[in-house]
Design a protein around this ligand. Sequence first.
Ligand SMILES: NC(=O)c1ccc[n+]([C@@H]2O[C@H](COP(=O)([O-])OP(=O)(O)OC[C@H]3O[C@@H](n4cnc5c(N)ncnc54)[C@H](OP(=O)(O)O)[C@@H]3O)[C@@H](O)[C@H]2O)c1
Length: 263
Amino acid sequence: MESKALRPLAVVTGASSGIGLELARCAAEHGYDLILAADTPLDHAVSAMQQLGAQVEAVQAELASREGVDQLLAAVKGRTVDALMANAGHGLGGAFLDQDFDDIQHVIDTNITGTIYLLHHMARAMKAQGSGRILVTGSIAGFQPGSFQAVYNGTKAFVDSFVAALRNEMKDTPVTLTCLMPGVTDTEFFERAGMQDTKVGADDNKADPADVARIGFKAMLKGEADVVAGLKNKLTVAMSKVTPSQVLAQQHRKMAEPGSANS
Ligand SMILES: NC(=O)c1ccc[n+]([C@@H]2O[C@H](COP(=O)([O-])OP(=O)(O)OC[C@H]3O[C@@H](n4cnc5c(N)ncnc54)[C@H](OP(=O)(O)O)[C@@H]3O)[C@@H](O)[C@H]2O)c1
């Protein structure tokens, strides 16, 4: 009979680049085998994690749709998942009235609907198996009305709030939920959101996604409720809680208005 040392299994969504790729690296370095998901080919991520000794499966799926999430769930094949990192998400810059509604819907479907559909299945399975760690990537953007990125910030307000609530609902189970709330991080996010001409997009002081992922992964292993990566971001969140919403919206405008990179 084939004997194989039992390695824990982690699922990471949005693992083709940025924070998700680095979360996958953290998991591989900690001895996890991996199921990686994204909507574009994952060849680079797969070979990087294999080089770290992980067994890796890739699922190329549109996680904005239930069908795409079902594809990922089918790949799990009922196995015990020890850690889920629900990280896939994207932004959309520009004025709300100028945005295409299909693009708006895609942000909501990816960041909210796809994420909670995945959680609905996988948190249930973890509860039934009596173990599991979940990390969801929210954002400090969830604390700020996001002028010129209004829908995205709204989705992250949902995610930040939802994870805290679900954590409370599941507090008498062995399953933990952690919300990773990064600030501005140096990934493909701003290019994909069409925000390269904004002050925030052009900021060359963005956080390193590897550092952000390490902080999030550690918090997940400890079962912490939420983690804001970086002192500056912690201060931003603290100020957000005591600042009037229209002041925050005006501050966000200065960072995210198209053309603000040159102002
Ligand atoms: N960068 C920041 O400043 C920042 C700050 C706070 C929070 N975040 C959050 O961090 C998470 C990761 O973003 P990132 O900064 O690492 O950006 P990124 O480099 O653009 O990575 C996003 C990942 O999500 C995947 N993804 C997006 N939409 C998807 C969909 N509909 N179906 C399947 N996969 C999808 C992308 O895969 P594809 O290759 O298939 O598109 C990619 O793997 C997101 O939830 C984002 O909101 C980012």
